[in-house]
Write a protein that binds this ligand. Structure first.
Ligand code: HEM
Length: 415
């Protein structure tokens, strides 16, 4: 544990899995999340990522039905179809930007599965509004950038861009909600679930508690899911193909498995046999965790690891450090999917690998993301070889996500 202070504000960085478990799981009630305002931005502050207490519990419960195992499995088809389309759209010899193309891919998958929308990813399309807003959020939060330390109303270029792009994004989301309300609120996706919650929910008891969501909450859930659900998986896919291109032996091993086990694009039923594919995903999330640090704040005075942590202290739980710590991983900087044997996992301390967080606030999209990553990785790796054109050791920026500073580019070789 490391403690320090910035401008009088106490901070503490937690670097041991046991203390991560205490913060996220055992003593979860004693810690809160950092509010959006504390980052200097009003980002989806009524969405499930940012709310606390009863409001958070009510929202999480209302959203859960969209993430049951059966529901998640029903999303497999768009996951594979859109990944296959990406491969078809690439021509042999094309120079492509993996992060940009995968961002379009994961956004299409998310929009189709959770909101039943065929999002237009063309230059002037809706997809562009979302990816540009995500990029502006990353620019604003980039720790190398002055804007990260200034309130949102200070008119730095990054703040102005953020304001403009977020307002375009909010208009888009309002349009989606209006269109669904007017057309067909009865569908079975997350958007209908949210709207239905409002329409039929218990509209309040004496304490003012509502199981339904306000219009603001619905809008902020859409913003939260469109961001949290596409940017993270897009980065994971980018880093997976980056690692496979850097380590041709591992790529060949993956290819052998796919050739041996699949006659056509993969389905959910094939996944139990695609063990190396799953390990490659795990290993990518270890080395390049898209959500690279978890933020918490002590709600009260707490004891942690023998230290007294005063109320108000901000804690950071960095996956990128713990998941590459040689106390838990041999050759921690090497991409070695085969390390993920059953014995290794049994011996690994809980929370030495926690790309999706843990405890009551663990990632609600974890199973969605795992399924998407395995299916997309298998579909794309079956159809192509991607030769890395960018720096094998890319510069990364610690912004809202762990994103590459420059595009990660590759040459497509069709198989
Ligand atoms: C590789 C992909 C992903 C990674 C690495 C990831 C990581 C995380 C992490 C670490 C948290 C916990 C944050 C905290 O404790 O403060 C989280 C929360 C969350 N994630 Fe993900 N995520 C991924 C994909 C997704 C997807 C696909 C969705 C939606 C479909 C999603 C939606 C959310 C939401 C809504 C929360 C907030 C949960 C809450 O506070 O109750 N994520 N994610």
């Amino acid at each position: 544990m490391v403690s320090y202070s910035v401008a009088g504000q106490p901070f503490c960085t937690v670097l041991h899995p046991e203390y991560v478990r205490r913060v996220l799981v055992t003593d979860a009630e004693r810690y809160g999340v950092w509010r959006a305002e504390e980052f200097g931005a009003d980002f989806a502050s009524e969405g499930v990522l940012m709310t606390e207490g009863d409001q958070w519990r009510r929202q999480r419960k209302a959203l859960q039905p969209a993430f049951t195992l059966d529901r998640i499995r029903s999303y497999a088809e768009p996951m594979v179809d859109f990944a296959a389309e990406t491969v078809e759209e690439w021509e042999d010899g094309d120079r492509v930007s993996l992060n940009r193309d995968f961002s379009a891919l994961t956004l299409r998958i998310l929009a189709k599965s959770l909101f039943d929308i065929d999002i237009d990813i063309d230059v002037a399309g809706e997809g562009r509004v979302v990816t540009e807003a995500a990029r502006a959020l990353n620019d604003r939060a980039d720790a190398r950038n002055l804007s990260a330390y200034l309130p949102i109303w200070v008119p730095t270029p990054a703040n102005r861009r953020y304001g403009k792009r977020m307002s375009r994004f909010e208009t888009l989301v309002d349009g989606l909600i209006d269109a669904r309300r007017a057309a067909d609120p009865e569908r079975e996706d997350l958007l209908s679930l949210l709207l239905d919650v409002t329409n039929t929910g218990n509209t309040g008891d004496e304490g003012g508690a509502r199981s339904g969501m306000t219009d603001r909450e619905i809008r902020d859930q859409l913003i939260t899911f469109l961001f949290a659900g596409h940017e993270t998986t897009s980065l994971a896919l980018t880093y997976a193909f980056h690692c496979l291109a850097r380590y041709p032996g591992k790529r060949d091993r993956l290819r052998e498995e796919l050739d041996a086990e699949l006659d056509s694009d993969p389905s959910v039923a094939d996944l139990p046999r695609l063990t190396y594919t799953e390990k490659a995903v795990n290993e990518t999330l270890r080395l390049y965790p898209p959500a690279y640090v978890i933020f918490r704040q002590a709600n009260e005075d707490v004891e942690l690891g023998g230290y007294e942590i005063p109320a108000g202290t901000r804690l950071t739980l960095p996956q990128f450090a713990i998941q590459t710590d040689e106390r838990f991983f041999d050759d921690p900087d090497e991409f070695r999917p085969e390390r993920w044997t059953a014995e290794f996992e049994a011996d690994l301390p809980d929370y030495a690998h926690f790309p999706f967080g843990g405890g009551p606030r663990h990632c609600i999209g974890m199973r969605f993301a795992s399924l998407e990553l395995q299916l997309a990785l298998a579909t794309i790796a079956r159809g192509t070889d991607l030769e890395l054109l960018s720096d094998p050791d890319p510069d990364l920026r610690m912004s809202a996500t762990l994103a590459p500073v420059d595009d990660i580019e590759a040459r497509v070789r069709k198989r």
